[in-house]
Design a protein around this ligand. Structure first.
Ligand code: ADP
Length: 412
């Protein structure tokens, strides 16, 4: 048995689809239906039909445009494409032919002759335009396409403008909420300080419980402040409003301070941190407080994503006009395809279902803002941050190496 001839019909009207399908199937053809241009082109690629019937008046991409697109695909250069349209005007016919159709049939189809017409196109029949008419129609068609393209661009520009506006409003809202949260938090922080003071006195008098409560409260407040500060930082970076207070910065001292803050986390983890002597590195110019945040995030991650019994090694070297600090861990690693994206806002690896909010835990989660903030600050210093790693593997951790390059002096 020979394979049935495949015909693709691109049409959005259900009644027309059904009628043509029924008539052609009765004559032994295998008919595929697509509702629009994109579906039609993809179905054509999949099935490679021997003939394509094309409605002209379609949404998004009309039949002429679909035909032009199909003709640009080598496989469909010679495939008979027959326009099937309710518009019977001579212009409509010549434009369809100019766009690349081989023939033109009108709707509703004449059931009695339609199969014969389809057969003749399958056998190579072509409706021709005179040379003069063809070039005239091609000119009109090209002009129509450019006008449509122009309108589409305008439409997209409008939509893009609206989306940007919405994005800006959301960012403003986040900043506003963060500031609103920070105000009461400052108040709570003050009271928790007082409470801690009293609790210490109570402990001296034999009541240790209150101090425990006060310390728990302080920890919660610190974490909350950190989250709010991260959100504010990332919003500033995204808006380009991060102002640097530039002065001389000694990298060794910066790292020392960062490690001081990591003490508590390290006391709960079995991760060995080795720091080379960085005191000989040249003093650089930068914003010490901001740079500290960058290093805190990268070193904090190195500890966070390294399983117990692992290690983190911090080293540095001087180039002629810059210093490079390297933070190497024996942690779970980062897949190559994610190594750029982890520096983008809100990008966290793995499912958020597995997200743990404890910062000190192995793999304890964050907001996915740590590295974008680090990068934003380093970029503002005209520096660079990049990572090397093989893959992500919790069983056999391959480790990651983060490099931070900071120019000794920034150019104006
Ligand atoms: P988070 O606050 O979630 O840690 P970051 O922006 O700091 O967000 O990091 C983004 C993602 O990059 C993290 O969710 C983590 O999966 C991955 N990552 C960052 N640093 C390391 C590292 N040293 N080892 C393995 N994965 C890391």
């Amino acid at each position: 048995m020979t394979d049935k001839i495949k015909i693709l019909y691109i049409e959005d009207n259900l009644a027309n689809q059904k009628l043509v399908q029924r008539v052609l199937q009765r004559h032994g053809y295998n008919v595929f239906i697509a509702n629009d241009g994109f579906e039609g082109i993809s179905l054509a690629r999949k099935e490679t039909p021997q003939l394509i019937l094309m409605d002209i008046n379609l949404p998004t991409m009309d039949g002429k445009q679909i035909t032009t697109r199909l003709r640009s695909i080598a496989r469909f250069e010679k495939t008979p494409i027959v326009a099937l349209t309710a518009n019977t005007s001579p212009d409509s016919r010549s434009q369809a032919l100019a766009a690349g159709c081989n023939g033109f049939l009108t709707k509703p189809i004449n059931v009695a002759v339609f199969p014969t017409q389809v057969k003749s196109f399958l056998e190579g029949h072509v409706d021709e335009l005179s040379k003069g008419e063809e070039s005239e129609q091609l000119k009109i068609y090209a002009q129509q396409l450019v006008t449509k393209l122009e309108n589409k661009i305008k439409e997209l520009q409008g939509a893009n403008h609206q989306l940007r506006e919405l994005d800006r409003m959301k960012s403003d809202f986040i900043v506003l909420v963060s500031h609103e949260l920070r105000t009461p938090l400052t108040l709570i922080n003050g009271y928790s300080f007082l409470l801690k003071d009293r609790a210490q006195k109570a402990r001296d008098n034999g009541d240790a419980q209150l101090l425990h409560v006060a310390e728990g409260l302080t920890k919660g407040i610190d974490r909350l402040s950190q989250v709010i500060n991260e959100i504010i930082s990332v919003s500033r970076i995204a808006a380009g409003t991060l102002d640097l207070a530039v002065g001389p910065v000694r990298v060794s001292k910066l790292i020392e301070e960062v490690m001081h803050n990591q003490k508590e986390v390290l006391s709960k983890r079995d991760v060995n941190v080795k720091i080379d002597d960085l005191s000989e590195l040249p003093i650089i110019r930068g914003d010490a407080a901001q740079l500290k945040i960058s290093f805190e995030n990268v070193i904090g991650n190195a500890i966070k994503y390294t399983p117990d019994q692992g290690s983190v090694h911090i080293s540095g070297r001087a180039l002629s006009d810059a210093v490079v600090i390297t933070i190497e861990d024996t942690g779970i690693g980062i897949p190559i395809e994610e190594q750029r994206r982890i520096f983008e806002q809100f990008h966290i690896l793995g499912s958020i279902q597995n997200h743990s909010t404890s910062k000190s835990n192995f793999k304890g989660g964050g907001l996915g803002l740590g590295l974008p903030i680090a990068k934003g600050i380093i970029d503002a210093h005209q520096g660079r941050i990049w990572v090397e790693s093989d893959r992500r593997d919790t069983e056999n951790p391959p480790g990651s190496i983060f490099h931070i390059l900071l120019p000794i002096r920034q150019t104006e």
